[in-house]
Design a protein around this ligand. Sequence first.
Ligand code: FES
Length: 349
Amino acid sequence: MQDGKGLVAADQPFYCELRAGQRSLWCACGKSATQPYCDGKSHIGTGFLPVLYRAKADEEVLFCGCKQTSTPPFCDGAHSNLAGGYTDEGDRGEDQAVALVSPDREGFARLDGDCYVVSPGKSLTDLSPDCRISALVTPDLGSRHQSQFYLELDRGQSPMFGADGEVVIWVAKGEGRIIIGGERFALSQMSGAFVLADETFALEGENLVCYISVCPAADSLRIVQEQAAFHDAQPERMGLIDEGARTEMGPRYFQVLLDDTDGLTNSAQFIGHIPKSRAKMHRHLYEEALIIVSGHGMIWNETRRAQVRAGDVIFFPRKHVHSLQSLSEDGMDVVGFIHPGTNPGINYY
Ligand code: FES
């Protein structure tokens, strides 16, 4: 036991369902025979004490199994950086047991359950001669916690939008501005921005391509005539790339662009890099929409797989078993939006 951490009891967290008020005594020493819980005796003499957790509501939690977490009793993703904690399954090539699916006429390739890949741009609706939009992720398409829309603006200004939730934008191409209330913020390619739930926004610029996430989920973005006020209490609205803020995750890394510390509610936008590799099948407790920024690869489910390339979006329901394989020599860059949850480094099997 080094650095104040217990022994590695497991290389992944334990998924547990708790009832409101239920008390759990999490093993911190790593020696308990009843993981992830304390067995009442194994910690004696180790200097560790178990950690009590009382569920505030009916909850699904991931109790740390590796005992290296910085957020005990919960997993913080540290297990991915242990020796053997991140497994590359290698290239399975043309695995005939997992059917390769192709996109339909609207650009959707349907995988297992409600998981899918969508190539934007096949079913755009004109909002004006210079502005088009399509829905990529909505409750109608299978989401429960978030939506995502794809918007192209050739020049000038988009209509003004309102949404019944927080709005998080990824600028995939172009330069311009976002107007929130009466405030303007410069937008550049490869940056994020957000809008609070009761604000309005419009985009202006040239050759802008944006992915617009809304949380909670909404079936559409509302076009509104009346501009709502800008919330001065939250003056910063941009999510910018900062290589110094990266978090290692085995051979991968990610950087959170926007999260609760910026004013979001239990959600996060992040950018990540996946070297040429294929991770072990895993799942998350959050729902995720993942934009492929560069590179190409294969998204694997248990019975289906689909090719992905730059510009595509993969929708992952909560607890959905998957693996994203990068097939590019330079790896794959991705931008994700997750909810509920703020740590894209937490996974379980
Ligand atoms: S299992 Fe320990 S940090 Fe995830």
